[in-house]
Each structure stands twice: as C-alpha cells, then as structure tokens.
Design a protein around this ligand. Sequence first.
Ligand code: FES
Length: 293
Amino acid sequence: MSLMGILDRIADVATFDKAIEPARKAVQAVLRPQAVKDLLHGTWLGHPLHPVLVQVPVGSWVSAGLLDAIPRMRPAATLLIGTGVAAAVPAALSGAADWSEQEVGVRRLGALHAVANTVALGLYVGSLAARGQGRDGLGRVLSYAGLGLATGSAAVGGHMSYAQASGASHAATAARALSTDWIDLGPLDDLPEGRPALRPGKGASFDVPLTAVRRGTRVDVFVSSCSHLAGPLHEGSVEDVRGHQCLVCPWHGSAFDLDNGEPRRGPAANPQEKLEVRMEAGRVMARLPGRHE
Ligand code: FES
C-alpha cells in the first residue's frame, strides 16, 4: 500500500475520536474569542495563515541541518534551531485553530500531524539544551531526529491539504464548473428582499448552485458552496458583521462581505467566489469575472 493509502486508512479510524474530541473542545475553549480565532485562521489576510507561518520553522530547521554538517557553521545552526523553535509556537496555534473546525477525517490526520510536530519540537528543545551544556554530538543527534520527524509530519500535512482539501477554497473548486457565459437567474422581482435565495448556475456539464441576495435593486451573487467546507450559503442568513453586510454560512458561521466576498469572520480564510451582475429587461444576469478576456 502507498504512503497516501496508509494515510487515508488512518483518516478512517473512528477509535481515534475518543481522544481527539476532548482535545478539539479544549482548543476551541482556549481560542474562544472570535477575534483570536480569526487572527489565527488568517481571515484578516484572506488566506489561510498556517501555511504562511510554517515556512519559518521548516526553513530554519532544514537550513540548520545543512549547516550542522559543516563544523565551523554549527553556531549558526544552533541559532537557526532556536529560531525554528520560537516560530513553531504561532504556527502550531494557527494549525490548531484550523484543525478544530475541520471535517472528521482531517481531524484524525491532523491529530497525527500535531503529535509528530510536538515530539519534533521536543527533540529540538532537547538539542538546544544539549548544545548549551557543551554536548554538541548529542545536540546534533537530537536535531537530526527532529528534522526527520518534522519532515514526515510535513508529508501528513501535505496530504491534509492536497488530498483532503483542508485549507483549500471549496468555492473556487465549484466555480470552475460554471459556464463562462452570462447566466440568467430569473426576474429581479422573484428574489426575496435581504435574504439568500438559491438559483441554478449553468455549468459546462452540470449546474452549480448560486446564492443571490437582493437589497432593493441591487443583487449580489455568489457560488453557493462556502469556501470553508462547502456549506450551503443559500441556507444561511444576511447579517451585519463588524460593520459589513455579510452572507453568513449556516454550518460554522463564516461571514462573507456582500460587497466583495471577503471573509469578515472565520473560520473561512479564503474569500467567497462572487459573480458580476447586470440587469437585462428586469432579469438578473450573472457571470464569473476575469474569465472572459
Ligand atoms: S462550511 Fe464552514 S463556515 Fe461554511
């Protein structure tokens, strides 16, 4: 069986949930202020923050591994290991925030990823302690062990991103199936005022659900699959969130600005795909921008 197949099997093991669920609740309790969660998700950035933050520990530790192989460069390697240890803390916090709002299969692999990273971090802390005591040989053994474990853990994280689509925009995936033509969403007068309505979006081979929100004569149209985990935005609501009129997902409460689709509240970090709209003889016409030049 391939490594990817093994990871898929692990993602199916329900017995892990007995340990994972209390940990998830603990993470959600610790990160309870919504502003803290949004900071860690990357909602303010319009992009998941975790993959940005992990660059520092990964880069520092790989570089330290190379420099440790050159005797005169070992003080620089120690400095880089310390940098990686410090940078691993915010990276772990943002990963934990994302993990606590993911699907069950992602949570199982995420738990494995977290345990491996925690052990790797412990090995690097041990390496720093050994180097501080002048036991440089032991320090190098511990840091290379940490590098090996962190590399394996990165493979698990990659599987979570690429095979399980954690952190990916589910709205962007759905939008790719839309037709490039203007799509007729029916008469303006058929849309309810101030609440989401489901409309079929013509696709190349199948229809893509769209969500239309009417405010007077203005209509905002979005791909219905929430960018977070594909929740049905047409079943959501319209709310004022931090001074912005937003379309709110019924699954985990992500809020997307009606004006531009930017996330104003997480757990979504990716924006929501928004269509451009024009009126034609009292009918609402919509299409994805940027695909027609
Ligand atoms: S699916 Fe999670 S907030 Fe929409």
